[in-house]
Design a protein around this ligand. Structure first.
Ligand code: FES
Length: 199
C-alpha cells in the first residue's frame, strides 16, 4: 500500500489512526490543547492544525486539525510551514487573551513563541485585550464535558447556547443529581475555570 508523506518522511499507516497518531510515531511534535488520548477527539482548539494536500494536487493544501483527521496514504502533510505557524500564533493569541493567567495556556504560548514570561510588553498587551473581551476563562475545549461522559459516565455537564452565548453548564443550570463530585472535570480543565468547593 502507498505511504502517507509527513514532513517529507514516508509513513506506512498501520490501521485507523489520526494524523496526530502518525506524527507521534515519527516523533513529530504537534501542539494540542483540547486533546486527551483517553477520550474521543473533538477538534475544538484548532492548535493542532497541519497542512494537508492530496498527492494528486499537492499545491492545494488545506489546514486541518491533526487530532480529528484520519491519516490517509493519499495525503502529503506538512506540520511546520509558515502558514501553519501563523495560524497557530493567531489561535494561541486568542486563547491567551481569554485566560492570560492560566499556567497551562501560558506554557503552551511560550512554547509556540506567542508569550514570553520575560517580555512584559507582550503580556500587558494581551491582558488588556482580555479585559475587554470576556468575563469567563472557559475556552470551550470540552474536556470537562467529554471526561464526564466518557470516563465517569455521569453526563452531568453539557454545552448550551450558540455562538458567543455558547458555554458549559449543568442540565437546566441546576446542580446535577448525577454529579458524584469526583473532580474529573476540574482536573482536566486547562484554565481552572472549574474548581471544586466543599458543599
Ligand atoms: S488538539 Fe486538535 S483541535 Fe485541539
Amino acid at each position: 500500500m502507498d505511504k502517507m508523506i509527513i514532513d517529507n518522511i514516508e509513513y506506512r499507516i498501520t490501521g485507523s489512526e489520526t494524523i496526530l497518531d502518525s506524527a507521534k510515531v515519527l516523533d513529530i511534535e504537534i501542539p494540542t490543547l483540547c486533546h486527551n488520548e483517553h477520550i474521543k477527539p473533538y477538534g475544538a482548539c484548532r492548535l493542532c492544525l497541519v497542512e494537508v494536500a492530496l498527492k494528486s494536487n499537492p499545491e492545494a493544501a488545506k489546514l486541518m486539525p491533526a487530532c480529528t483527521t484520519l491519516a490517509d496514504p493519499n495525503y502529503i502533510i506538512k506540520t511546520k510551514s509558515e502558514r501553519i505557524q501563523k495560524a497557530r500564533h493567531f489561535i494561541m493569541e486568542m486563547l491567551l487573551s481569554r485566560c492570560p493567567e492560566s499556567n497551562e495556556i501560558k506554557a503552551l504560548a511560550e512554547k509556540i513563541g506567542v508569550y514570553s514570561s520575560e517580555n512584559n510588553r507582550t503580556k500587558d498587551y494581551l491582558l488588556n485585550r482580555a479585559a475587554s473581551y470576556t468575563d469567563t476563562k472557559c475556552i470551550l475545549c470540552g474536556l470537562c464535558v467529554r471526561v464526564c461522559d466518557e470516563i465517569t459516565e455521569r453526563y452531568a455537564l453539557g454545552f448550551s447556547g450558540r455562538g458567543m452565548k455558547r458555554r458549559v453548564n449543568t442540565p437546566f443550570d441546576k446542580i446535577s443529581d448525577s454529579c458524584i463530585g469526583c473532580g474529573s472535570c476540574a482536573y482536566v480543565c486547562p484554565t481552572k475555570t472549574i474548581t471544586l468547593e466543599e458543599a
